[in-house]
Structure formats: C-alpha cells, structure tokens
Design a protein around this ligand. Structure first.
Ligand code: DOR
Ligand code: ZN
Length: 354
C-alpha cells in the first residue's frame, strides 16, 4: 500500500447551496463558510422569504456585514419563487449581477416553504422568461401531499413535475438541489444537453437512513430530503466521484437551534458549514477518489453557472480533529454534523480569513 496523501491543495471551492439565516444566527454561522469557500449560493427561505431583487440586495448587505474582517467571500443571492412573481422580476434578476437564480420550493415541502409553489403551471410566465434570459432555476425536488410516502418524494417529483418541466422548457437551466436518490442521479444523467445539474450534500454522501435511527432517534440527522437507502448513497457517491460536470458541491448546511430540533415536532436541517469541505474529503477518501474532489468542489459549479473558477487555493492536511459537540447560535446553540466525532482532514489556516 502506498502511503496515504498527507496534504491536499486545490482550487478554492464554492458552496452551491447554503442556508445562512439572518440576524444573530447569520452572525453565528457566516464565518464557517467564508473560511472555506470563495462563494456560496444563499437560499432565500427567510421569514418572510426573499422574493425581490431589492430584498436580495438588502440581505446580501447583511451577509457581507456578518463576515469577519478580511474575508474574501461572495454571496450569490437567490430569489424565492412565488406564484405571484412578476416576470419583470426575472429581468431585474438577469440585470442584477448578484442574484444567480430563482429557487422553487413546492409549498409545504420543507422549512419555510409555505409561500412556495402549489402548481408549476401557475409560474409559466416566470419560467418562460427565465428560459429566455438563460437564468438558473434551483429546484427543491420533492413532491408534497399526503398520498406520497416521504421516502418516495424525490422520485415522484421527478415523474410528476421535473420530467414534464424539462420537456416544456427545453432550454431552461435547472439544478436539482440536494439530489438524494439513485433515481435522481439517473434522471440527471439521462438529460444529454448538460442543462440539468444537481448538487449533493455531505450527509447524503456519508450516511444512509439507518443513521437517523441508530441506537435511538437522531434529530440532528433529520433533513429534507431525508437520508435514503444505502443503494442511493452509493449512487450519489458514484455521481460525485465520476468527474461528471453535472454534479457539484452544495452543502445545504441548514442550522437550527438545538431546542428547535430536539422537540416533539423538530425542524429539518443539518448544519455542516463547520466542516463544509472536510466532510466531502472524508467521503471522497472512503470512495478512493480524493483526486476527484477538486473538480466536484471547485470546477463543475462555476462551469455550470458560467462564472469564473476561483484563482486561490485551500489546503487540507491529514490531521485528525474532533468535531465540537456544539457551537453558539444566537441565543441558543447548534449541534453540527459529526458532533463529537473525528474527521481526518483539517483545513490549514491561511493566516487571513480566506
Ligand atoms: O432540511 C432542510 N432544511 N431542507 C430544506 O429544504 C430546508 C432546510 C432549512 O432551511 O432548514
Ligand atoms: Zn436547502
């Protein structure tokens, strides 16, 4: 056996799917992402949601103000698609220079999705305009409704919504956010024009659904879409490590206060920004594919979004570290992914917050 690699230096990555929240909570988590990633796609599911370019501009200012001094980090903002959105807002997005797409939450699918979309048909004018303006639609790909089993929601969404959408708008660029199933991976691969891509989270690469029930109920592993079967995890790992440019990094780091998760009706979301690149290194190494990490983390995303690749680098060193049990979070605390566990790769400090 050759000695394992001790140091990994590669182009600075980006996070193509991130929840930063607002106020004190934003102030508590922004630094984790800014330390690792050059850019992140910031989700708009605040309360109230970010539905206009003006609101996104103000949110962006708050994100920038929450960063540690000396940070080199660019938030890429998104709008929250509502059935009432004016197609003229799409033009404002296209001309904004800082909003990189419009996010569609099916109403009722997840955290703060009440204002989301009940029927994609009612968004036809906006989708049409997005296609014309070559804007990216970011999709939370889960069917809702009591008739759909929670474990089938992604597959059913693809059959009922995504496949017809792709046919109806043959040039619309779409990211199937946080793909979690073999069916999702197969769907993305079957589209041959390269205009449908998917992000993959660290928890879906590292864990399958048994982890949420190991020795008892693990509320900190509850996220939407849910962790899936081991066969799904292996399909995701294969997609992430296959050098296929349609798959790229999106942590979906989604902090919630401990009390909101350890509750009789707990919130969905896994916080992973504290180790947003290290967790992927762990998964890629387990798959024997560390040499594929850079393309997944640093190249495929900007190529899809037609943004420049980052010029700086980051370095990970093989120095196992113990993940803290908790981090401060506004008035409360949050429990990170892999809390109390050991990760093999540590981010080397660059001296600045870069
Ligand atoms: O688990 C999740 N948490 N899934 C989502 O889609 C939203 C997110 C959140 O905002 O907490
Ligand atoms: Zn999300």
């Amino acid at each position: 056996m050759p000695d394992p690699v001790q140091t990994l230096t590669f182009a600075r990555p980006d996070d193509w799917h991130l929840h930063l929240r607002d106020g004190q909570e934003l102030a508590a988590v922004a630094r984790f992402t800014a330390r690792r990633f050059a850019r992140a796609v910031v989700m708009p599911n605040l309360k109230p949601p970010v539905t206009s370019v003006d609101a996104a501009r103000r949110y962006r200012e708050r994100v920038l103000a929450a960063l540690p001094p000396g940070s080199h980090f660019e938030p890429l903002m998104t709008l929250y698609l509502t059935e009432g959105m004016d197609p003229a807002e799409v033009d404002r997005v296209a001309e904004s220079g800082f909003v990189c797409g419009i996010k569609c939450y099916p109403a009722g699918a997840t955290t703060h999705s009440e204002a989301g979309v009940r029927s994609l048909a009612s968004c036809a004018a906006v989708l049409e305009r997005m296609q014309e303006r070559d804007l990216v639609l970011q999709l939370h790909g889960e069917a809702t409704g009591k008739d759909v089993d929670p474990y089938d929601r992604e597959r059913v969404f693809i059959e009922r919504e995504l496949a017809p959408l792709v046919r109806r708008y043959p040039r619309l660029r779409i990211v199937l956010e946080h793909v979690t199933t073999a069916a999702g991976v197969a769907f993305v691969r079957a589209q041959d024009t390269g205009r449908v891509a998917a992000t993959i989270t660290p928890q879906h690469l590292l864990l399958s659904r048994g982890a949420m029930f190991e020795g008892g109920l693990r509320p900190h592993l509850y996220c939407l879409p849910l962790l899936k079967r081991e066969s799904d995890r292996l399909a995701l790992l294969d997609a992430a490590t296959s050098a296929d440019p349609r798959f790229f990094l999106g942590t979906d780091s989604a902090p919630h206060a401990r009390a909101a998760k350890e509750s009789d009706c707990g919130c969905a979301g896994v916080f992973s920004a504290h180790a947003g690149i290290e967790l992927y290194a762990q998964a890629f190494e387990q798959a024997g594919a560390l040499d594929r990490l850079e393309a997944f983390a640093s190249f495929h995303g900007p190529d899809f979004y037609r943004l420049p690749r980052n010029r700086g680098t980051i370095t990970l060193v093989r120095e196992p570290w113990e993940v803290p049990e908790r981090y401060p979070y506004g008035a409360g605390e949050l429990v990170p992914l892999a809390a109390g566990g050991r990760l093999d790769w540590r981010l080397r400090d660059t001296g600045s917050s870069a």
